[in-house]
Design a protein around this ligand. Sequence first.
Ligand SMILES: *Cc1c(COP(=O)(O)O)cnc(C)c1O
Length: 385
Amino acid sequence: MTFRAHTIAGVLAQTIPGGAALHEPEIGGAEKARVDECLRSGWVSTAGPFVERFEDALAQYTGANHAIACVNGTAALHACLLLAGTRPGDEVIIPSLTFVATANAVAYCGATPHFADSDEDTLGLDPAKLANHLEDIGHITKGNCFNRRSGNRIAAVVCMHAFGHAADLDRLAETCRHYKLPLIEDAAESLGSFYKGRHTGLDGVLSALSFNGNKIVTSGGGGAILTGGAELAEKARHLTTTAKKPHPWMFEHDQVGFNYRLPNINAALGLAQMERLEDFLTRKRRLAMRYKDAFAGVEGVRFFEEPEDRRSNYWLNVLLLERECAQHRDAALKAANEQGFMARPAWTPMHMLDMHKDCARMNLDTAEDIFARLINIPSSPALVS
Ligand SMILES: *Cc1c(COP(=O)(O)O)cnc(C)c1O
């Protein structure tokens, strides 16, 4: 079958008849019961037992030593960057191909993003290009890495597990160690995704999860910091709860902190969702395999499968158009959306946004190429039983 604008819409109509949103949350009786329990207790805000139970569930599932619940993933990422030592004037290396929150969190610290390219095999940071780039521009003085060209300190590297596919953590971590750069994982999309048997979010010094309504597990809005270090966890808890010194009645704060703690009512919802995560993962994988089969014989487009050594959550399913068909991307998106199948392109790469056009960067050909060819298709677990 040669590729035409209607090809994708046609395959979708056969695979998931009737149209579909991109990713809808599934809220059922278990969620309602938990939220009701929370409402009846009167503890609806940032104090209450569900927050800690949600944190325990996250730590237990991921294998992280510590999980600190936050109001959203962006706030969690902001806190991760501050805790890793990001200061005004610093640069932070992030993939250009990411959701805007990654770059925003850097800007909230008074730092600027420094854009790195992505790898077509993982859709995440390209470890080889990162190593080459740092060899070119990186300069270590007194235990800090500086950008030789701008003179700015590079505070950290943030990798992101795009659409639930783990980036090449081993090689990224190795490069970061070499250049004395803390690795932070933006694991907002990768709850339930594993890299060589380890849950994503465990290789970074600090990692951020998101429980926004479109993510695999939702708490309405919400996020969490994962970390292995007890001291960092303590600092994270302190920074995200207005930096109040523990005392039964005195209000004393020892730095400018943030009101970033997740409310109990959101944690109640999140806890009920965590109890259904395995079921969501099973059905999302089933849907992904159905897409894989459906697109197998279709010319001009390829279903993106989990890279080797990974187990992906298939948060948002990905199609990649062949290069010769890239010019049909927008027509294919239009046809799918007109038939009721929500499809969308990847995020516009950050370096192509006007506000970031002057930021430091390496060659970003692959990020631009992936952006030109990638299409996300409906991925709700409810699409399969
Ligand atoms: C969703 C998301 C975030 C931020 O999450 P919010 O909870 O919406 O603040 C950050 N990074 C990536 C890559 C995301 O997909």
